[in-house]
Design a protein around this ligand. Structure first.
Ligand code: F3S
Length: 409
């Protein structure tokens, strides 16, 4: 990989051991993926924050680093709400270690905003190059905003934050962003069904780039859930939705790395002439989507806000309550900044008995382990909760989650 003189100096240790270590990470990554150079990135989002996932080894590694980030950088959710950890049932030892992790990141100039929806803090622009690591945030940035980021690991996102650059490969390059598989759903879907679609389709797509041909127009929150589930059950980092996504209109077919295939006149798959859909096709059965999004169970916790809830989602939850109090444990996870900008909304939700938790989530917090069965409205949480928390998970629509919470059954 070509390095400028300054990059080479960093690589040779002339700007200290931390930057040298970070440059080594970037160069190693660039070598693996055959990157030709480093490019500037506008922001970094760094995973590897919860003490549950990184432990003492991770904490010591971060504490040993020195210097300051060169670009705006935020963190992934941590293992607890810093102000409500007692309420969450987090033990003091964990809380102390978690605080040490956050302080170690802060010392490097990273804002202690711990969220998987960093785009609510600072919305990247179309075409911006980023180094983000949380998989749903990566999917959202690439697919909904048309920004460009690979799915970074925690260390490589941190290296990008400290150096201000990332290797130029993968989804930073236009030719690698064209769809590889067409996914069709024959009837309109809405709400949690988008998460269910991502959960079902992701398993078949793996790390491909799907383009969805849908009968309904998803909202931004629905796209967020689709992408989060695709990234969790598959390894999708970019998807397109025909007539919706920002990018398909600006990628001319001659930029494809293979021959574009114009569709045969098969009615069902016909699209306007200007679009080219990949030959490989998947059809997801509407009955299976509906069934996945509506599972019957008697949960002992209902957890919403995966990915972190938007203001619109918080308002939806409040309106579904119709003034009732919840009779079960209910968590709604969101970013602290978003919550603090909407104090009345949060207050109303909390007075119904809901625990609105900031900067943490049901998957990365050890507090989830105290429950047996978790009801979620997210395809991503449905996939991750059993594996990462040892808790059974069932999926419901947001409406059904709130009904179950209020009925107490
Ligand atoms: Fe975010 Fe946690 Fe879900 S990090 S996407 S709320 S698993």
């Amino acid at each position: 990989m070509y390095l400028t003189r300054e990059e080479e100096n960093i690589y040779n240790g002339e700007q200290g051991p931390t930057l040298q270590k970070m440059m080594e990470i970037l160069v190693a990554l660039g070598d693996i993926y055959d990157a030709k150079k480093l490019i500037q990135v506008k922001s970094a989002q760094i995973a590897g924050v919860s003490y549950k996932t990184i432990g003492d080894a991770g904490l010591e590694w971060i504490q040993d680093l020195e210097g300051k980030v060169r670009i705006p950088a935020v963190l992934n959710p941590m293992g607890m709400d810093r102000e409500a950890f007692v309420e969450m049932g987090i033990d003091p030892h964990f809380a102390k270690k978690q605080e040490e992790i956050i302080r170690a990141y802060e010392k490097l100039g990273i804002r202690p905003e711990c969220t998987c929806t960093p785009y609510y803090l600072n919305r990247p622009r179309f075409g911006d190059h980023l180094a983000w690591s949380e998989s749903s945030a990566v999917c959202f940035a690439n697919s909904v905003l048309g920004a460009r980021t690979n799915r970074e690991g925690g260390p490589s996102a941190l290296a990008a934050a400290l150096i201000g650059k990332t290797p130029y490969y993968g989804l930073h390059i236009t030719e690698n962003r064209y769809p590889t598989v067409t996914v069709k759903v024959d009837e309109p879907i809405h709400g949690a069904e988008y998460g269910a679609l991502g959960y079902l389709a992701g398993r078949q797509i793996g790390d491909g780039i799907p383009i969805f041909k849908l009968k309904s127009t998803p909202t931004e929150d629905e796209l967020k859930h689709l992408g989060a589930a695709l990234a969790a059950s598959g390894a999708v980092a970019l998807f397109h939705v025909l007539h919706v996504s920002p990018e398909q209109y600006v990628l001319p077919p001659d930029k494809m790395d293979r021959e574009p295939q114009r569709l045969e006149s098969e009615d069902d798959w016909q699209v306007p002439e200007r679009f080219f859909l990949p030959r490989e096709r998947i059809e997801v059965d509407i009955a299976e989507i509906r069934e996945t999004a509506r599972q019957k169970a008697s949960p002992d916790i209902i957890a919403l806000g995966c990915p972190h809830a938007s203001r619109e989602e918080l308002e939806e939850i409040l309106s579904l309550l119709h003034g009732r109090k919840v009779k079960k444990e209910v968590w709604v996870c969101t970013g602290r900044s978003l919550g603090e900008k909407n104090p009345e909304l949060i207050q109303q939700l909390r007075s119904s008995g809901i625990k609105v938790l900031y900067d943490t989530c049901m998957v990365v917090s050890p507090a989830a382990n105290q429950f047996k069965c978790m009801m979620v409205n997210s395809g991503k949480a449905l996939k991750y909760t059993p594996a990462m928390c040892g808790v059974d998970a069932v999926m419901g629509t947001t409406e059904e989650c709130i009904e179950v919470a209020c009925r107490g059954d």
